[in-house]
Design a binder for this molecule. Structure first.
Ligand code: IPE
Ligand code: IPE
Ligand code: MG
Length: 249
């Protein structure tokens, strides 16, 4: 779904590439897993902050389709942290009226993780506060391919030619994992990398980016507010002409 809001001061949907757990740990001479444990605490804090600030949707990049390339020990640890979080923090989500959702390829996840995600989703589905979308086993390219497959498998597509002529941006958007979620307005990336790493490729066409050198475990409420302030100062044009005003030519 496309965002049709122009120049609103507060982003409706914020995506976060929570990067730098490993480097944070290395700086302290501890294991990478220690960095992920600390990163989870930050995630919880920022979920609370974002909700308090009035953000409606928060997508957290938890684990990418490419992160399977890491050592099995690290992958297993991250998955166990996610599971633990969903089991232990359900009260936190409940108290804050937060709805948990998922984006990514569930079929690639272990059955116990899928079960926890399903339970968390079902338990929080009627909460009307901020929606927290966990991007787990998520890849932007993979998400587009899965949407295209869903589109092609619709019964109304009797032939390739019919499908080809019916496919447009709205149809593809309608077949993404969570079609009711608006496109992200702001994407925050920690740990100073200037790349998307396959995050929300389709949806972030007109997102504003905020990149900070801070490693994710060090990312604070103040840093989140700084990202919101930077966003509020941006002029979003969506390809239209710039507004000619004070200080602009
Ligand atoms: C982000 O931190 C967490 C995941 C990608 C799962 P990293 O683990 O990528 O930390 P760095 O980039 O190695 O510092
Ligand atoms: C992106 O971080 C994925 C997550 C934050 C889950 P990475 O650490 O995997 O990205 P690259 O490898 O530096 O591009
Ligand atoms: Mg990284």
């Amino acid at each position: 779904m496309k965002s049709e809001k122009l120049n609103e001061a507060l982003p409706c949907h914020v995506g976060i590439i929570m990067d730098g757990n490993g480097r944070w740990a290395a700086k302290r001479g501890i294991t990478r897993t220690g960095g992920h444990t600390e990163g989870l605490k930050t995630a919880r804090r920022i979920v609370e902050t974002a909700s308090n600030r009035g953000i409606r949707y928060l997508t957290l990049f938890v684990f990418s389709t490419e992160n399977w390339k890491r050592a099995a020990l690290e992958v297993d640890f991250i998955m166990s942290l996610v599971k633990q979080h969903l089991v232990r923090e359900l009260d936190f989500y409940r108290k804050n009226n937060l709805r948990i959702r998922h984006t990514g390829d569930v079929t690639g996840l272990a059955p116990d993780i899928i079960a926890e995600i399903d339970e968390a989703r079902a338990d929080t589905k009627d909460f009307n506060g901020m929606q927290v979308i966990l991007a787990l086993n998520y890849g932007g390219r993979d998400a587009i391919i899965r949407a295209a497959r869903r589109f092609l498998l619709q019964p109304l597509n009797n032939s390739c030619a019919e499908a080809a002529s019916a496919l447009n941006e709205d149809e593809l958007s309608r077949n993404m994992d969570n079609p009711d979620v608006p496109d992200p307005d702001l994407i925050i990336r920690t740990a100073g990398e200037f790349r998307t790493s396959n995050f929300l490729l389709w949806e972030a066409a007109y997102a504003e980016y905020f990149i900070t050198d801070k490693f994710w475990p060090d990312f604070s409420t103040e840093d989140f507010d700084a990202a919101l302030a930077a966003y509020a100062a941006r002029e979003r044009r969506f390809g239209a002409n710039a507004k000619i005003g004070a200080g602009r030519r």
